[in-house]
Every structure is written in structure tokens, then in C-alpha cells.
Write a protein of this length. Structure first.
Length: 234
């Protein structure tokens, strides 16, 4: 099917004819999968989903069949295939501009893109030592070198965005945006590892966790049969 973007009517006809299909990993563990899934859910963008469990027999072959890099998440939209979480949510924002996945103000949008990119590329100490596992509570674990610095930087970003751009709502830029989707897995990590947070960071985390889509993700994770030992800290 050819891509056509000649005008609004053709643009939306393309959306209707070619449904979105998002391939993701386990909801208990896959932080990268949560980001585009949550963005689409909160924005009310309809999509089909397929879970390909991580590290299961046959899963690498299934992932290679749908993704050019053999990993999830990956989005299919007709003949368009988009991999990498940040690229997927950018694509959603372009396809559905009325859903306001980026802030409308250009200054706020620039900062939202910057903090989203920083989240995408940084915080390796936290990622390594506080792996996402929404089914567990592990107070005191994961406090390795560099983690405290990552936590301080993240919560400082949150406080700055809330102070400068968050007056219209409970999220980083007031209403829910891609930036919130990018930080949602960190919110789950802070919950899992019982990280002590400032009042601002705690209020923001609570707002993210209270989203109906987040509750749906958690409920689905609880019902998953798969257990990955490397993410289950004794």
C-alpha cells in the first residue's frame, strides 16, 4: 500500500485503512515497550498489540520476523515499520497531531524533546542496577555507585519541568506528553525499589501511576506467566 499525505482527508484515510500494530515485550519487565504503549493508550490512539516474551524459546525468531533489529518494541503501520521507543512515539505524534503528544508551546516542546532524549540515552547506572519489574517491591536494593546521582538528576528534571511548564496539570508539561511516557518506567523503578522522593517527585509519580493505562499495564503484568530470573532479585 502506498503512503499518501496529500491532505487531511487522505492522511486520516491512511490511518483508518492501515491499523497500528505494536509488538512489545513482557509487561512485567520491558521498560522500552511501556513507553510507546502508554503514549498511545493515554492519547486514545487505537492499536493492536502482540506480546513477544523476552528470552523465551522461539522469541528471537519471532522478533526478527517483525523487526529489522530483532528487538521489541516495534510498530507496524501498513508498510511502515518503526523501531526504537522514541522513534515510535515521534511517529505517533506526527500521525495524530490532534492528540497533543508534544507540548504546543515551542519552548516547552524543545525542553520536552531534550528531557525525553536524555532519558532515552542516559542514566545507565539506574538502568543497570534498578531493572524494571512492576511485580516486585525491593526496598533498599539497587543502590550501586552512580545510582544516587541518576536519581538526583531525574528528580531535578522533574522539578524543573513541573515548575516551568506544569501549571496546567499534574504532568511534566501540564497535560500528558511523550516526556511522561519516556519517564514512566523510571516511575515504576522508584516504586519497585522504594526510592525516597521529594514531595514534587512523589506527587508526579503518583499522577503517572494513577493513569488508567498504567493500572491496565500493571494488571496485565501480574497475570503474565513468564518469569525471567535475571530480573527477579532474590
Amino acid at each position: 500500500m502506498a503512503r499518501v499525505f496529500a491532505g487531511p482527508s487522505l492522511h486520516y484515510r491512511w490511518q483508518m485503512v492501515a491499523p497500528l500494530h505494536l509488538y512489545i515485550g513482557n509487561k512485567a519487565y520491558s521498560s522500552w515497550s511501556l513507553r510507546p504503549w502508554l503514549a498511545a493508550k493515554v492519547a486514545g490512539i487505537p492499536f493492536e498489540e502482540t506480546v513477544i516474551p523476552l528470552y523465551e524459546e522461539g522469541s528471537p525468531e519471532r522478533m526478527r520476523a517483525v523487526s529489522p533489529v530483532g528487538k521489541v518494541p516495534v510498530l507496524h503501520h501498513g508498510d511502515v515499520v518503526v523501531w526504537e521507543s522514541l522513534a515510535i512515539v515521534e511517529y505517533l505524534a506526527e500521525q495524530f497531531p490532534d492528540r497533543r503528544l508534544w507540548p504546543e508551546d515551542s519552548s516547552a516542546r524543545a525542553v520536552a524533546r531534550a528531557v525525553s532524549s536524555e532519558m532515552h540515552a542516559g542514566f545507565s547506572a539506574l538502568r543497570t542496577n534498578m531493572g524494571m519489574n512492576v511485580r516486585r517491591r525491593l526496598p533498599g536494593r539497587g543502590r550501586a555507585p552512580g545510582v544516587a546521582e541518576d536519581i538526583a538528576r531525574i528528580t531535578a528534571l522533574w522539578a524543573d519541568c513541573r515548575a516551568r511548564f506544569g501549571a496546567a496539570g499534574p504532568f511534566l508539561f501540564g497535560h500528558f506528553t511523550i516526556a511522561d511516557a519516556m519517564f514512566a518506567p523510571v516511575v515504576t523503578r522508584f516504586e519497585t525499589y522504594v526510592v525516597e522522593l521529594s514531595a514534587v517527585a512523589r506527587a508526579y509519580s503518583s499522577a503517572v501511576l494513577a493513569l488508567p493505562a498504567m493500572k491496565e499495564w500493571y494488571a496485565a503484568a501480574e497475570s503474565e506467566p513468564w518469569v525471567i530470573d535475571r530480573y527477579e532479585i532474590a
